[in-house]
Design a protein around this ligand. Sequence first.
Ligand code: GUN
Ligand code: ZN
Length: 448
Amino acid sequence: MQAWRASLLWFDPDADHPCHRFESDGLLATARDADGVQRVVAIGDWATLRRQFPDVPVADRRGQLIAPGFIDLHIHYPQTDVIGSPAEGLLPWLERYTFPHEARFADAAYAGEVARFFWDELQRQGVTTALVFATSHPVSVDALLGEAEARGLRCIAGKVLQDRHSPDGVRDHTEQSLQDTEALLTRWHGRARLGYAITPRFAPSCSDAQMQGAGALAKRYPDVWLQSHVAENVDEVRWVRTLYPHDRSYLAVYGRFGLLRERAVYAHGIYLDADDWALLADTRAAVAVSPTSNLFLGSGFFDYAAARAAGVRLGLASDVGGGMSFSPFATMRAAYTVARAGVRGDGAAKTAVSLSPFDLWWQHTAGAAQALGLAGVVGSLAVGSEADFVVLDPAATPLLARRTAQAESLAQWLFALVMLADDRAVREVHIAGAAPTHSAARPQHARN
Ligand code: GUN
Ligand code: ZN
């Protein structure tokens, strides 16, 4: 058993809205289970819990904040080296940079090197679980999930399906792609802390036969995840309308092929209407809100009011390499910004909302876990959950120290962190599945 003394932020894992708990002087105790995973045994106020666990060694982190490791609900590891590639919107960006670069992941050694860098970077930023796109090459999945397993991480990933409207080098073959998906799913799903996600890239890149095959697999393996993109960009939406003229909407295409269900996560969802929101809510599919990507590619502004009114599950995502940063703080800042916008991006108005720091933090932890069907497993630090957590320094930079010291409420204090923190605030990252705890890679003296 191990314990930490620090300020603690955690979440009710089952509430369908941000329901936070906080202790300014708290104790977190963890113990390794029979399956080798560290779990939370106790969390609460120091004075009470210390009496219950008088002999447990305590790491003193007073002055710092312990919070759940962040969950990135949508990210492309092969696009690590595509960040910052400017284009006139999504479709030219895919053609000019993304598809040519992803072709390199046919090479297992190259994929392995990028996978190691990718996990180093995510962990350094405080992200401990991610739902990840690999490429269309099966070896790209093995590289990523093999690396996650070696690090004891909880990760879900899948081979991209794209058998049309895709160049040589990334385009796959319908039958083979579905066989590869089933083989990968059998190899990885449920092994260690890993999961598999059936991954049709987006409706324009998949033939009817491939979509049907993906839907059949999704039905045969109901506890496997499913991930794709929907309604991100106005040109993309127009294209889908010409490819699928008989479907009511872009989202409805996925519904027709059996691709909307629990454990299905769709990135973006900017250009959806009321029927689409109702369809997402009814099927319990979730949306990965990806605000830095939407700002970088000029895609538009996510409509929180519409999503929330329908009761759709949401979580935050970087969408690297459309996204600009691996940092959950950068993503939370961007989410605040897009929520404030009064327009969507296609001329339609939307209701501007001001997201609280509790809400932003929840969407990147317990809310994202709920979207994945992993409530109480990761993202909350409630008793019984897996002990992936971060130790954050609220005085990591002069400005952060100044603004957190001025805060007159917990909300103000957390808002200062959301707005001003970055990797310099991430002092330690603890992974439940690893034997020794993993510390952030940079040496202490280099952090300020
Ligand atoms: N739509 C289809 N593929 C992609 C991708 O790689 N990134 C983004 N942002 N949207 C997509
Ligand atoms: Zn994406």
